[in-house]
Write a protein of this length. Sequence first.
Length: 350
Amino acid sequence: MDLRNLELNETSGLVCAHHHLYSALARGMPAPPRTPQTFREILELVWWRLDRALDLEMLEWSAKLGALEAIESGTTAIFDHHESPNAIEGSLDVIANACAEVGIRVNCSYGVTDRHGPDGAKRGLEENLRFLAQGGQGMVGIHAAFTCEQDTLLAAVELAQQHGVGVHIHVAEGVDDIDAVNRLRGLSQESWLLVHGVHLPDNHGLTGHLVHNPRSNMNNSVGYAAPQRLGLPVALGTDGIGAAMLDEFRVAYARARECDITVTPELVWEWLEGGYQLVPEAINDRVVWSDEPIDPWRLAYHTSIRPLSVQIAGEVVVSDGAATRVDAEEIRAKAAEQAKRLFSALETIY
Ligand SMILES: [Zn+2]
């Protein structure tokens, strides 16, 4: 964003280039049946149990809560990557409608996978197709190469081409997906979102935007992506841990500095701004912050700045720090009820 055209306390709307709105209810969930020892076990014991427990009602309030918290953090556009294997059909509409109600921009995709057999993969592809054919704002989602058969991967790529959209996919997040580079080389396009890239080699040969999710990567102990080494345009995502992008910017900066003392906040600010290549409209969204001036060097160390007002496509969606279109208290209360339902459903899934 060109800060010169803005007031000292303003930015454009921030972009979260990788989110999982279905995970908004997950915080505080019961501990897994045993302590995960690897990233693969974190997936198996936490996230792949959670996504199986979801129904469309839980998803609706999870998405509303996630969207609400995003605008409250100055984020005006989200790329969502969704999976709910026991509630696939219509799930992308539930997310898109929840975001429309709150007033935030969203790009939806369903993460296709063979984890639930060929029928699960087929239904995931169909949900992407249904949503895009209806004119939904979206991409084709793929969970990750390592959970997809080659036929599934190719079908998803073809579907994206048919609809003139990109593919949104986790790539080499952990060592389990180390082969992604070989599976995706020759398939990836500039329109793709390559999420994580932690274990991509420098000479990967892939094209697309690299979405860096530093806090998630640290939480999962998968290693540091050092995204600047990959030679791709970089954007920042949260991987479902909220959508507070200034927060993610600060974490990205701290993590980058941990391994390279010469990294500047300007470099990491460029990653944050990478989102505008994906959602140019967000440049014209406006966030008024509680402190000034907006300057990457100040923000990298500033932990108590918050949005006072947020405008998306000319409409005020946050005023005096509060959402204008929805009742925030109601969303938090309903989300808490659905979180209880989700947590008791989880007790029965192993
Ligand atoms: Zn993710």
